[in-house]
Write a protein that binds this ligand. Structure first.
Ligand SMILES: Cc1ncc(COP(=O)(O)O)c(C=O)c1O
Length: 425
């Protein structure tokens, strides 16, 4: 889709919608409606994706099997529950660009992050630092600080937080590389978000991974805002691990099961310390109930307990759509759609807001983060009153994400039409 030649009229938005080859996918999702019966302009897929209409049938199928087979459903029925996670391996691998044996769905993101740090954060006196972004998602901040303390170190000296230069709103790759050059020998773990939740910055994960690994650092990526949003080739990046959630761009539903990638070079490293549980036990011996733990080779060997089948059923419905569309087509529309939203906002130079997300489409996904100067969350609330759903991140950020699977160019137009009078009030 062309990203130039935009114009500001609603007719143009309709024209773009009529040319959008993915437009029909919108109808595959439930779009919530307000009390007046009108569809919401839902721009919050970066927080909770909409429900695919096919989810109900997937979940109801498992409910029926539970009703009819109860415990027998673990080994019998069309898709027995014990190997059910395997139904998600290939599609999860495609989503993040990995081998099926390198991915597993399990737990939720923060739990997976801790599991990964148990194996991959191995601090020593010389090398004990963890690098994150200064505005990393709070759960990541808490998790890494608690891991540092767990190993007897002090976050005050063992945590490095990367921040943009004064006056910048995103972190420059060359500054990250310079930091790696300077402190790399003391860094045990490099852990950034693929796409930062606050600014929407999409990091050059391959270049950063290469630089950090060249200095001997272990590298992990939090793909909470990357999975389903931007194309990823996480295997080729050679990072050590990645984790993600499936309820944002992946549309698996609230609290849906998380995802985890472990690079294949670690698949058979059974000497790595890890927290063990019976679901990670080698499959042929799992039900022998023996006392010794022999992990499954690959990412599945990091599982703890048996996963929620209802959650995985919902995720399968959603992944089917991703498999059908493919990330390349989604990305093409996403660049055009977010570019169009940015174009419309730029037609209203204002002292009351600015865009903090990088202007370069290669450095962002679907989300634009708007800094509201002296306005506060009342803008977000006023938009909600008008059926436009975005979200607010303290102290001053309105996050807006036109999601290419179900948002339209008209949605972007509606947002700007409602937002400008409110923010200029
Ligand atoms: C970047 C990032 N990391 C971690 C989390 C925490 O995820 P969970 O609650 O699934 O552990 C989130 C949740 O929004 C997130 O956005």
């Amino acid at each position: 889709m062309a990203t130039s030649g935009f114009d500001v009229t609603p007719d143009f938005a309709r024209l773009m919608d009529s040319r959008d080859t993915l437009a029909a996918y919108r109808d595959r999702f439930h779009i919530p409606r307000g009390q007046d019966g009108a569809e919401w302009t839902y721009l919050t897929g970066h927080s909770l994706g909409l429900q695919p209409k096919s989810v109900r049938a997937y979940v109801e199928r498992e409910l029926a099997l539970w009703e009819q087979l109860a415990v027998e459903g673990h080994f019998h029925g069309p898709q027995p529950w014990v190997p059910y996670i395997e139904l998600l391996s290939e599609s999860s691998a495609r989503l993040v660009g990995a081998l099926p044996s390198e991915v597993v769905v399990m737990n939720t993101l923060t739990v997976n992050l801790h599991c990964m740090m148990v194996s991959f954060y191995r601090p020593t006196r010389e090398r004990n630092k963890i690098v994150i972004e200064s505005n990393a998602f709070p759960s990541d901040q808490y998790a890494v600080k608690s891991q540092i303390q767990f190993h007897g170190y002090d976050p005050a000296s063992s945590l490095i937080e990367l921040a943009p230069r004064p006056g910048d709103t995103s972190i420059r790759t060359e500054d990250i590389e310079a930091r790696i050059e300077k402190d790399g020998d003391r860094i045990a773990l490099f852990l950034l978000a693929g796409v930062n939740y606050y600014s929407g910055q999409f990091f050059d994960y391959a270049r950063i991974t290469a630089a950090a690994r060249a200095k001997g650092c272990v590298v992990g990526w939090d793909l909470a805002h990357g999975a389903g949003n931007v194309p990823l080739a996480i295997h080729d990046s050679n990072c050590d691990f990645a984790i993600w959630c499936t309820y944002k761009y992946v549309n698996g539903g609230p609290g849906c099961i998380g995802g985890c990638f472990v690079h294949e070079r670690h698949a058979r490293d059974f000497n790595l310390p890890r927290f063990a549980g019976w679901w990670g036990q080698d499959k042929p011996t799992r039900f022998q109930m023996g006392p010794d733990f022999h992990p499954i080779p690959g990412a599945e060997g990091w599982q703890l307990g048996n996963p929620s089948v209802l959650s995985m059923a919902a995720l399968r419905a959603s992944m089917e759509i991703f498999d059908e569309v493919g990330m390349a087509a989604l990305r093409e529309k996403s660049i055009a759609l977010t570019g169009y939203l940015e174009f419309l906002l730029q037609q209203h130079p204002s002292r009351n807001f600015s865009i903090i997300t990088p202007r370069d489409p290669a450095q962002r996904g679907a989300q634009l983060s708007l800094r509201l100067h002296g306005k506060g969350r009342t803008v977000c609330d006023a938009l909600k009153d008008e059926g436009v759903i975005c979200d607010w991140r303290e102290p001053d950020i309105l996050r807006v994400a036109p999601v290419p699977l179900y948002n339209s160019f008209t949605d972007a137009h509606t947002f700007v039409e409602k937002f400008i009078p409110i923010v200029e009030r």
